[in-house]
Design a protein around this ligand. Structure first.
Ligand code: FES
Length: 612
């Protein structure tokens, strides 16, 4: 079997000849960028084949790669198969998720009120006149009727008791003993909170005695290999039990890697971690639990369950205490998941008395409005453009991404993450670039680039060469090849503007429908909370300029960081907040936008680049 070696990561794998390179990378545990699950439409799975590069490019490769690149061995992994021993260079996607881990917290504090309670006991020794069994002796001392214990925790219990002079600590969660430990371990009580995003998975290790976050770690969701959006993942999972298992294994593996990292950072023992609380969209929840998500995709978008699911760690192969509890917080609807529950918890929207809206833009866009004592939520298919999908040089927020763009003194000024040479453009950069080009008068309110041939007077001399005809219409060169890190021009295309219009139009329209339903107008909003990594970095002024948000005073717009993840931490740290989370789906009215005849009209108007 041919061997494929991936560099510079130095991972190799033997695969059958004819295996698709994207799949080979996947089998080798290599993450290669790609948003279209190998359909050849996104152009993101770029790799460089070293050695003999004599191959005929496919139409997809011709579309996404220049002739120079093709000649020097660049190809799309999903378009190539293994035909011999190969060495493949994979461009390193610098830790996009790290930005997400450094976000400011939500607006609520963590409260130490853990579900898991640890009780240290000193039991009396058995005697001829007291032959009470070991377990019953412990249960009698704990005085909690109905406590259950796993066989795995019972098996070594007799020796544990005797070797420790009848001094042990029991970790209790609800009506279950999750651990029996030697001596007094009451000072060690830990849990992990997870935000399972379609793109990024983030974990936090929390000391449950003090409700303090003691370590954070994150990774890319390896399910990305099956497509960037939830629909691609659902489609793959629908292909049979093996496919579903494959997706579940990927996410569990990534979560275990993060747990390992958290434990290594803090030297906390795995067995002292008794709980994992997770949030994620409804599809992520299904895939994490290994539940068939097939019927989420077609109307009427029905999930298999919406309640919070609780299982034992060992059942899912999660590497915390094997008897520890795993809780995935409840979903609200097929496309409004527990990540939205997290946002509501972290922002306290369910407790607030004023009128506010929260917008969480990730791979999908979820919106919540709290007004007049009601809580309403909906989702819009808006996110992928903001995460770089469908954008010619789009990328996630990582080193080298254009994150800021201004029109100043007749020039376009750019800011790159980490001040690196430009590689592409991330969501905040995309919004900024559109706002800057609108300011410069190079984009019409309709979203079309000004045609420099018809309107030469509208295009200043210094932009005449940069606004040019591309393959699919006009495009603006943000960074010329000689200044970019990729050696090619980084451009904003007419197609990119179209994607941005669709995304921002959907968010705006979703918000307007929620406000209408709540009986208030945009002016009545006291605050608009922007959640998620993107929400933290987007510039309010640019979001207002392009009409992503209704015209509001900028000081009413507040970034609240990764509120979904903060919500999972809050629900992990406090049983009262967990109960609040579990009860929330009954309090949130879900609006299905696809059934709203008014959505389309608002959406079409909202696509224009003008303040509405
Ligand atoms: S073009 Fe290969 S994954 Fe999209």
């Amino acid at each position: 079997m041919p061997k494929v070696k991936f560099t510079p990561q130095n991972k190799d794998i033997d695969v059958e000849a004819g295996t698709n390179l994207l799949q080979a990378a996947n089998q080798a545990g290599m993450y290669i960028e790609g948003d279209c699950a190998g359909r050849g439409t996104c152009g993101k799975c770029r790799i460089k084949i070293t050695g003999d590069v004599n191959f005929s490019p496919t139409a997809a490769e011709e579309k996404h790669l220049s002739s120079n690149e093709l000649e020097s061995g660049w190809a799309l992994a999903c378009q190539r198969t293994v035909d011999r021993d190969m060495i493949i260079e994979v461009p390193i996607q610098k830790d996009a998720h790290l930005r997400k881990t450094t976000l400011a917290g939500g607006v609520e504090e963590l409260v130490a009120d853990p579900v898991v309670e640890k009780v240290a006991v000193k039991l009396s020794r058995p005697a001829v006149n007291d032959q009470t069994a070991d377990l019953e002796r412990l249960l009698g001392h704990l005085e909690r009727p109905g406590l259950a214990v796993e066989l795995r925790d019972l098996s070594g219990f007799p020796s544990l008791l005797r070797e420790n002079s009848y001094s042990v600590t029991a970790a209790l969660a609800g009506n279950k003993i999750v651990s029996i430990e030697p001596g007094d371990t009451t000072d060690q009580n830990y849990g992990v909170a997870f935000d399972i995003g379609t793109t990024t998975i983030m974990g936090s290790l929390i000391d449950l005695k003090t409700a303090s976050v003691i370590a954070v770690a994150a990774s890319t969701n390896p399910q990305n290999a099956f497509g960037a959006d939830v629909i691609s993942r659902i489609t793959h999972a629908s292909g049979g039990k093996e496919n579903l298992k494959q997706l579940q294994d990927k996410v569990i593996e990534a979560v275990n890697m993060i747990i390992k990292d958290l434990l290594k950072q803090t030297r906390v023992a795995r067995d002292r971690v008794y709980e994992l609380v997770a949030v994620g969209n409804t599809t992520m929840s299904h895939l994490f639990m290994g539940v068939d998500p097939t019927y989420l995709a077609p109307a009427p978008f029905v999930p298999a369950y919406s309640r919070a699911l609780e299982v034992e760690a060992a059942e899912l192969g999660l590497k915390i205490n094997p008897s520890g509890r795993i809780t995935f917080l409840p979903n609200i609807a097929g496309y409004v998941g527990s990540d939205t529950i997290g946002v509501i918890l972290a922002t306290g929207m369910d407790l607030r008395k004023d009128n506010c809206a929260a917008i969480d833009i990730g791979t999908n866009g979820e919106l919540v409005v709290a007004a007049n004592g009601r809580l309403m939520a909906c989702s819009t298919a808006a996110g992928p453009a903001f995460e770089g999908a469908q954008i010619k040089h789009g990328m996630r927020a990582a080193a080298g991404a254009i994150e800021a763009c201004d029109y100043l003194e007749g020039e376009i000024k750019l800011g790159m993450i980490d001040d690196a040479r430009a590689i592409g453009i991330c969501g905040s950069g995309l919004i900024d670039a559109a706002a800057a080009l609108l300011d410069a008068g190079l984009i019409e309110p309709s979203g079309r680039f000004v045609n420099p041939e018809d309107n030469p007077e509208k295009v200043p001399d210094n932009f005449k060469e940069r606004l040019r005809q591309g393959k699919g219409g006009f495009e603006f060169v943000l960074v010329p090849a000689k200044e970019s890190d990729t050696g090619e021009d980084i451009v904003l295309t007419q197609g990119d503007l179209r994607e941005l219009q669709l995304a921002k139009g959907a968010i705006y329209a979703g918000l307007m429908i929620l406000l209408k339903e709540a009986g208030i107008k945009a002016d009545d909003l006291d605050q608009v909370l922007l959640a998620g990594a993107f929400g933290n970095y987007v510039r309010k002024e640019s979001a207002l300029t392009i009409g992503l948000l209704p015209p509001l005073p900028p000081d009413k717009i507040v970034a609240v960081g990764n509120a979904a993840g903060d919500g999972s931490k809050m629900a992990l740290a406090s049983k009262v907040i967990r109960e609040r989370a579990i009860a929330l789906p009954d309090k949130v009215e879900h609006l299905e936008l696809s059934t709203r005849s008014d959505f389309q009209d608002i959406f079409i108007d909202a696509m224009a680049f003008q303040k509405i």
